[in-house]
Design a protein around this ligand. Structure first.
Ligand SMILES: [Zn+2]
Length: 113
């Protein structure tokens, strides 16, 4: 399960540093064409599509960075930066929510010591 794998990748690190060990990657589903961002461990090459559930969504390699370089005006650059910040903030909030859910589940199962 990607979520737990992501936490494992953060073992030994401060939770505040999660940005550096669990980056947001962009994926594109080969089945339905859906594009989405997901927080996965470094090096993850595929993820499960949130739309159709197929686990064949491939990571979009460097496409995002290339697009950012193609931004022409400063206004466009600011717009892109704002959009990136919003995407990241959303992913961060979502990740925190999932983290809390996992903590709760672990507590309820009584497994942790
Ligand atoms: Zn899909």
């Amino acid at each position: 399960m990607p979520l737990f794998a992501a936490f494992d990748a953060c073992d030994g690190r401060s939770w505040r540093d999660y940005d550096s060990c669990v980056p947001v990657y962009e994926f594109r589903c080969a089945s339905c064409g859906e594009r989405f961002d997901d927080l996965v461990p470094v090096g993850t090459a595929s993820a499960t599509c949130p739309k159709c559930g197929v686990a064949e969504a491939e990571r979009v390699l460097s496409a995002q960075a290339a697009q950012q370089r193609l931004v022409r005006s400063q206004g466009d650059a600011r717009k892109q930066e704002r959009k990136n910040a919003q995407t990241h903030a959303r992913a961060k909030a979502d990740f925190s929510a999932r983290r809390r859910a996992v903590d709760r589940a672990r507590r309820d199962s009584g497994g942790g010591s």
